[in-house]
Design a protein around this ligand. Structure first.
Ligand code: ATR
Length: 279
């Protein structure tokens, strides 16, 4: 039996077992995917004993993404650039790590809006934390012309310019609304709008009506920001799609089948988040 898991501290809320369990069943694979609570002091040992414990690999979530990066061989340039890992796998006696958050965002964007072309586009990203890093890196790979980044702690937006170069334009947090004109995409990567947090308070009036509004928050499935966008008639991309799409490559690396993000999977996880969810 092929084994994989997700590690974090705490880990009890992770929906990854539901996602991978759906695909294991769908493809009739003799495998398992479990939640493993790993406290920070036990992280090193867990990663070095991965194979002895019978795991093909694991997903990594808070607070371990940066620490695990120090313990693996980066599998690709993007991961080396991000310095954070969400997917670990074993090959030829070595432990590799990769980061699929950015491709998860882009995969979700393209599935929601087939044919969307961000080449030469201007985009606005709210937030400059770990998730923003992965999203910004993926957007640059999509050929965007400019990423305006507004973050409460403005220094962190400036650091992204140092890291990613001249296409990054740090802007003041309270001036984000002024930069929406002529943007093709707005992405919230902050935790604002998440259940239990304050909503994101942003005036969308300067945003073109065909510009896309995306949120990486998925609890609730439709954040107040997305509801505001729907009300104006803007196309939206919900955060749950990114969670589903970031899981694809790990499953493929561990279990040998590239799975699909189906409507059925979306509905399954959406109902777990919100029992009243209706498509
Ligand atoms: P993640 O890995 O999910 O990106 P993170 O690295 O802790 O988590 O980043 C959280 C992001 O949400 C940051 O951009 C943070 O802004 P700061 O860099 O100023 O901390 C943003 N954020 C969290 N709470 C916020 C709030 N109340 N107002 C504005 N931004 C907030």
């Amino acid at each position: 039996m092929i084994k994989a898991c997700v590690i974090g501290w705490p880990i009890s809320h992770s929906r990854s077992p539901l996602i991978h369990g759906y695909w294991l069943k769908k493809h009739g694979i003799d495998g398992s995917y479990t939640r493993q609570p790993v406290e920070p002091a036990a992280l090193n040992a867990f990663i070095s004993d991965l194979e002895d414990a019978g795991y093909s690999g694991c997903n990594v979530t808070l607070p371990h993404k940066e620490k695990v990066f120090q313990l693996i061989v980066p599998a690709d340039e993007t991961t080396a650039r991000l310095g954070a890992v969400n997917t670990v796998f074993r090959r030829a006696g070595k432990t590799y790590g990769t980061n699929t958050d950015g491709e998860g965002f882009v995969g979700s964007l393209h599935q929601s809006l087939p044919g969307i072309d961000l080449n030469n586009a201007r985009v606005v990203v709210l937030g400059a934390g770990g998730a923003a890093l992965a999203v910004v890196s993926a957007l640059l790979d999509q050929g965007v012309a400019e990423v305006a980044i507004a973050n409460r702690t403005e220094e962190k937006a400036r650091e992204l310019r140092t890291r990613f170069g001249q296409r990054i334009k740090p802007v003041a947090w309270n001036a984000a609304a002024d930069h929406l004109a002529e943007s093709r995409l707005l992405v919230n990567t902050t935790s604002l709008g998440m259940k239990g947090q304050a909503p994101l308070d942003l005036d969308l009036s300067r945003l073109d009506i065909d510009a896309v509004v995306a949120d990486i928050v998925y609890t609730p499935l439709q954040t107040p920001l997305l509801a505001q966008a729907v009300e104006r008639g803007n196309p939206i991309v919900e955060g749950l799609g990114m969670l589903l799409h970031q899981a694809v490559r790990g499953f493929s690396l561990w279990f040998g089948v590239t799975p699909e993000v189906t409507g059925e999977l979306y509905d399954l996880i959406a109902r777990d988040i919100d029992p009243d969810y209706r498509r």
